[in-house]
Design a protein around this ligand. Structure first.
Ligand SMILES: Nc1nc2c(c(=O)[nH]1)N[C@H]1C(S)=C(S)[C@@H](COP(=O)(O)OP(=O)(O)OC[C@H]3O[C@@H](n4cnc5c(=O)[nH]c(N)nc54)[C@H](O)[C@@H]3O)O[C@H]1N2
Ligand SMILES: Nc1nc2c(c(=O)[nH]1)N[C@H]1C(S)=C(S)[C@@H](COP(=O)(O)OP(=O)(O)OC[C@H]3O[C@@H](n4cnc5c(=O)[nH]c(N)nc54)[C@H](O)[C@@H]3O)O[C@H]1N2
Ligand code: SF4
Ligand SMILES: [Mo]
Length: 758
C-alpha cells in the first residue's frame, strides 16, 4: 500500500493528533501499519507522556472509509471518481460563477483545522479571500468565543489569550473541565497525580459529576448543572465582602475595580449558593483559601463554555484570578504567545464588521458560530449562503442540530468537502477532495499556548499519501491557479528559493517582497506563493512548512530576546530565518521562546497597559442573574450532551474497533433515577429532546448528580453504513445557545427518558 513503508519497520517522530495537547510520539511503521506507538522523550513539552488513546492511531491512518480519489456527485446521488484536474477546474468555475452572480458573501468556509492540523487551514483561508467573503465558521466559535470577546475587552485585543500554570500552582480550581480524560493541560494525569500526592497543594473541582479529576480532588463542589454563574459570583462576593482581594495588584495593574466591587457587594451570597446547590461552608473555605494562596490558578473548559450564562462565566473566571492577584507569576494564570495566528481581532466597536444576513451575527475573533449556519443558508433572501466549503470538520455530526444541517446543506448550490475520510458531511457534498493524512504530510498545530517557555512542533510527513490524495497546501494552491488568481509558476522566486537559508533567507524574501509589490493582488495568497516556491526547495517531508517562514520572522521580531534565550542566534535580519530553520529541523519539536514574567505586561494592548475589569455587558448579565429563566421547559432531566471519556476523540476515528471499552457510548444515570424509571444496568432507554430522540444503553453510575444524565461526544457516525453509538446532535437545537455569542448549551440539554422494552 505504501512504497516507503512497505520495506521494513522504521521509526518516525510525530505527534498524536487526537487532542489539543498533540503529545510527541514515535511511530514504528511496518507494511504501512502503525506497529508500535510510544511517547517521544525528545518532545520539549510532553517529554514522553501519552495517554491510552495515542496507541490506537492506526485506526485513523488505515480504515475502510479513507478517501483515495476526488469524487463527484452524480445525478442519481452516487459518487464517481474524477481526476484532480476535472474536480478543481469544475469547482473553480462554479465558485467564480457564484461570486459573479451573487457576490462573495454567498460563500462560507467551515473548519480549517482539527486537533492537530492547522497548516491546511491557513491555505483554506485563501479561498475565503479569493471569494471576497468573511464568513469563516469554526468549531472554536461553538466553544470559546465568549472567552475571546472578554479578552478583547479586558486586554484590548481578542488575540490575547490566557493560560494557566497548573504544574506550578499550589491551589488549583478546575471548573467545568475534566483534565484526567480531556487533558487540555500539559501531561494532565502526571500533573494531577503530583498535586494529589503533595499535601501542601490543593485541588478543587467544580463539576456536577464526580469526574475522574474530581475523584483526585481535595474539595469537590458538585454544582447543579448550569448554575456556575451563581457559584462563581458568590465566591467573588465572599472575597470582596471579606476584603480578601489583592488591592495592591488591582491598583497597580487594573482599572474599573470600583464598578465591579459595587456589584459584588450587592450579591446575595446565600441565595446564589443555594441556587448552585453546594455547601456554604465549603464555598467559604475555597474563597478564603484561594484568596490567600501563594500561587492560585484557575482552569475552565466546556462545562462552563457550553452551558448557561457562558459570557458571564467567561468573565467571572478571569475575575477569580485577577481580583486575587493570581496573574503574571509562576504557578498562576498568565498570558502567552501564539506562533500560528489562530485568532483574529474583530472588535464590534469598530464599524467595519460583516453581520450575517439572517441572525445579524457579529464575528468574534474573526469567526462565526456554527449554531446559526443552517439558518443563514435557509434564509429567504438574495443575501443567503449558497455555497459552503468544509475542511477538517464533520458539521453534520458535530454541530448543533444534525437535521437542520442536513436540510440546509442539501439546498446549497455547491458543497465541497476536503477530508481524509468519507464522512456524513462528505456524503452530502457535490465534490469530495481527498486529503493526505496527518502522517502523510508535514503538519503542525497552533495550540502551543505556554508561558514563560513556549514551543512549536512541525511534524514531518513520513508516509506517501495513499491513492491520489494530496496535501491541503497542494489542493488549495492548485485551486487558486484554476481560479486564475495565481500564476502557475514564479520563476524568479523559484530561483531565489534555491539559495535557501543563505543570509537568513534574505535573497528569497527580497524577491518575494518585489513580486508582491509589483502585483499587490497577490498579497493575500502568501501561503500558496511560498508553497509553490520555497516549499518546492525544502525537503519533501517539510514542503508544507514554507508558510512558517513569515511567521518565524514575525515571531522573532516581536520576541527577539525570548527567542535568543533558547540558543537561537541572529541579528534582526537573520534571527527569524534561523528560528524557521530550527523549527523545520527539530523533528520532535523545539522551544521557540523563553520569556521573563515581566514581558507579559507588554502583551496587553490597552494603551494604559492595564487590565480593564469593567465590562458592561458582563456586569449587566451578572445583575440580571436574579431574573434568569429556567430553561428546563418541563423536561425532567438535564443531558450533558458530549462527555469526554477514555475512548472518544471528536470525529477523528471512524472505525468503532478503536474503542477498548464503552463500545455503545452508554448513558450514565444515577441509581436513584434509574430506580424511579424501573431501569436496570444494560437496559435501553429512549432519550427524547425537543428536537429528536436516540435509543441508548444505560450505565447506572452514582458519579452523576441526580437529575443529570451524560452521553459521550465523538460517537454517532456511520462506519460501513452502521451507526456507531449515540448521535448527540440529533437531540440538540441551534437556538439553544448563548444569546450573545451563539455558543451552544450542549451541557444543558433538557430531555425525557423512557424505557424501551427488550
Ligand atoms: N478523551 C477525549 N479528550 C478530548 C476530546 C475528546 O473527544 N475525547 N475532545 C477535545 C476537545 S475538542 C475539547 S474542546 C476538550 C473539552 O474538554 P472538557 O471540557 O474538559 O471535557 P467535557 O467532558 O466536555 O466537559 C468537562 C466537564 O464539564 C462537566 N460539566 C457538565 N456540565 C457542567 C456544569 O453545568 N458546570 C460545571 N462546572 N461542569 C459541568 C462535565 O461533567 C465534565 O466533567 O476535550 C478535548 N479532549
Ligand atoms: N453535542 C455536542 N457536540 C459537540 C461537542 C459536544 O461536546 N457536544 N463538542 C464540540 C467540540 S468542542 C468540537 S472541537 C467539535 C469537533 O468537531 P469538528 O470540528 O467537526 O472536528 P472533528 O470531530 O475533529 O472532525 C475532524 C474531521 O477532520 C478530518 N480530518 C482528520 N485529519 C485530516 C486532515 O489531515 N485533513 C483534512 N482535511 N481532514 C482531516 C476527520 O476525518 C474528521 O472528519 O465538536 C463539537 N460538537
Ligand atoms: S489524546 Fe491528547 S493527551 Fe492523549 S496522547 Fe493524544 S495528544 Fe496526548
Ligand atoms: Mo473542542
Amino acid at each position: 500500500m505504501n512504497a516507503k513503508a512497505a520495506t521494513s519497520a522504521n521509526t518516525h517522530s510525530s505527534a498524536c493528533i487526537l487532542c489539543s495537547r498533540n503529545c510527541g510520539i514515535t511511530i514504528d511503521v511496518d507494511e504501512g501499519k502503525f506497529a508500535k506507538i510510544k511517547g517521544d522523550p525528545k518532545h520539549p513539552m510532553t517529554k514522553g507522556y501519552i495517554c491510552q488513546k495515542a496507541a490506537r492511531l492506526d485506526h485513523y491512518q488505515n480504515h475502510a472509509d479513507r478517501l483515495t480519489h476526488p469524487l463527484k456527485k452524480t445525478p442519481n446521488g452516487s459518487f464517481e471518481k474524477i481526476s484532480w484536474d476535472q474536480a478543481l477546474s469544475e469547482i473553480a468555475e462554479k465558485l467564480l460563477r457564484i461570486k459573479a452572480d451573487f457576490g462573495g458573501d454567498a460563500f462560507a468556509f467551515v473548519g480549517g483545522g482539527g486537533q492537530g492540523n492547522h497548516l491546511g487551514g491557513a491555505f483554506g483561508q485563501q479561498i475565503l479571500r479569493a471569494m471576497g467573503s468573511r464568513y469563516r465558521y469554526t468549531s472554536l466559535a461553538q466553544e470559546k468565543t465568549m472567552d475571546f470577546w472578554i479578552n478583547g475587552r479586558m486586554f484590548g485585543d481578542q488575540r490575547i489569550h490566557c493560560t494557566e500554570d497548573v504544574e506550578h500552582a499550589d491551589y488549583v480550581i478546575f471548573i467545568g473541565c475534566n483534565p484526567f480524560q480531556a487533558h487540555g493541560i500539559p501531561n494532565a494525569r502526571d500533573t494531577l497525580k503530583h498535586i494529589k500526592k503533595d499535601s501542601s497543594r490543593t485541588m478543587v473541582v467544580v463539576d456536577p459529576r464526580v469526574s475522574e479529576t474530581a475523584k483526585m480532588a481535595d474539595i469537590h463542589l458538585q454544582v447543579k448543572p448550569g448554575m456556575d454563574a451563581y457559584l462563581m459570583s458568590a465566591i467573588l462576593a465572599i472575597i470582596v465582602q471579606e476584603n480578601l482581594h489583592d488591592t495592591e495588584f488591582l491598583s497597580k495593574h487594573c482599572t474599573g475595580f470600583d464598578a465591579l466591587e459595587a456589584e459584588l457587594q450587592k450579591i446575595p451570597i446565600a441565595d446564589h449558593i443555594e441556587k448552585a446547590d453546594v455547601p456554604m461552608a465549603l464555598v467559604q473555605t475555597v474563597a478564603r483559601d484561594f484568596a490567600a494562596a501563594e500561587r492560585g490558578c484557575v482552569r475552565i473548559d466546556l462545562g462552563l463554555q457550553q452551558s448557561l450564562h457562558s459570557t458571564l462565566t467567561g468573565y467571572l473566571e478571569k475575575l477569580l484570578y485577577l481580583v486575587t492577584g493570581n496573574f503574571g507569576r509562576p504557578g498562576v494564570n498568565n498570558l502567552h504567545t501564539l506562533f500560528i495566528p489562530l485568532l483574529g481581532n474583530t472588535d464590534e466597536r469598530k464599524k467595519d464588521l460583516k453581520l450575517t444576513a439572517h441572525h445579524k451575527m457579529l464575528p468574534i475573533s474573526g469567526m462565526y458560530p456554527p449554531n446559526i449556519l443552517p439558518d443563514e443558508i435557509e434564509h429567504q433572501g438574495d443575501d443567503r449562503i449558497r455555497s459552503v466549503w468544509v475542511d477538517s470538520s464533520n458539521p453534520v455530526v458535530t454541530m448543533a442540530d444534525s437535521k437542520a444541517y442536513t436540510r440546509a446543506f442539501e439546498k446549497l448550490d455547491l458543497l465541497v468537502v476536503v477530508d481524509v475520510a468519507m464522512t456524513e458531511t462528505a456524503r452530502l457534498a457535490d465534490y469530495i477532495l481527498p486529503a493526505a493524512s496527518q502522517f502523510e504530510k508535514g503538519e503542525a498545530t497552533g495550540f502551543n499556548a505556554e508561558f514563560p517557555e513556549n514551543f512549536f512542533h512541525f511534524r514531518h510527513g513520513f508516509l506517501d499519501p495513499i491513492g491520489e490524495c494530496l496535501t491541503e497546501p497542494e489542493i488549495y494552491t492548485r485551486l487558486l491557479i484554476k481560479m486564475r488568481i495565481l500564476p502557475k509558476r514564479f520563476p524568479v522566486l523559484e530561483k531565489a528559493a534555491k539559495y535557501g537559508s543563505v543570509a537568513g533567507y534574505q535573497p528569497f524574501l527580497m524577491a518575494l517582497m518585489l513580486t508582491v509589490q509589483a502585483n499587490k493582488k497577490l498579497a493575500p495568497y502568501g501561503a500558496s506563493i511560498l508553497h509553490q516556491t520555497l516549499g518546492k526547495a525544502l525537503p519533501k517531508s517539510a514542503q508544507s512548512a514554507a508558510l512558517l517562514l513569515p511567521l518565524a520572522l514575525d515571531y522573532a521580531s516581536k520576541h527577539a530576546e525570548a527567542v535568543k534565550r533558547c540558543g537561537i542566534n541572529g541579528n534582526k535580519f537573520t534571527l527569524g530565518g534561523n528560528l524557521f530553520n530550527k523549527i523545520i529541523t527539530s523533528k520532535s519539536g523545539t522551544i521557540i521562546s523563553k520569556h521573563e514574567f515581566k514581558d507579559l505586561w507588554h502583551f496587553i494592548k490597552n494603551k494604559d497597559k492595564k487590565i480593564h475589569l469593567k465590562i458592561d455587558r458582563a456586569l449587566d448579565e451578572l445583575r440580571n442573574l436574579k431574573n434568569a429563566k429556567d430553561l428546563m421547559d418541563g423536561y425532567p432531566f438535564i443531558l450533558m450532551a458530549g462527555e469526554r471519556r477514555a475512548y472518544n476523540a471528536n470525529q477523528i476515528f471512524r472505525n468503532p474497533q478503536w474503542r477498548k471499552i464503552d463500545k455503545h457510548g452508554a448513558l450514565r444515570i444515577h441509581p436513584q433515577d434509574a430506580e424511579k424509571l424501573d431501569l436496570c444496568e444494560g437496559d435501553t432507554v429512549r432519550v427524547m429532546s425537543k428536537n429528536g430522540q436516540q435509543d441508548v444503553i444505560i450505565d447506572i453510575d452514582d458519579s452523576v448528580r441526580i437529575g443529570m444524565v451524560t452521553l459521550p461526544h465523538g460517537y454517532g457516525n456511520k462506519y460501513k453504513g452502521e451507526q456507531n453509538g449515540p448521535a448527540l446532535n440529533e437531540l440538540t437545537l441551534g437556538n439553544h445557545c448563548d444569546p450573545f455569542t451563539k455558543t451552544p448549551y450542549h451541557k444543558y440539554v433538557p430531555v425525557k427518558l423512557e424505557k424501551v422494552p427488550a
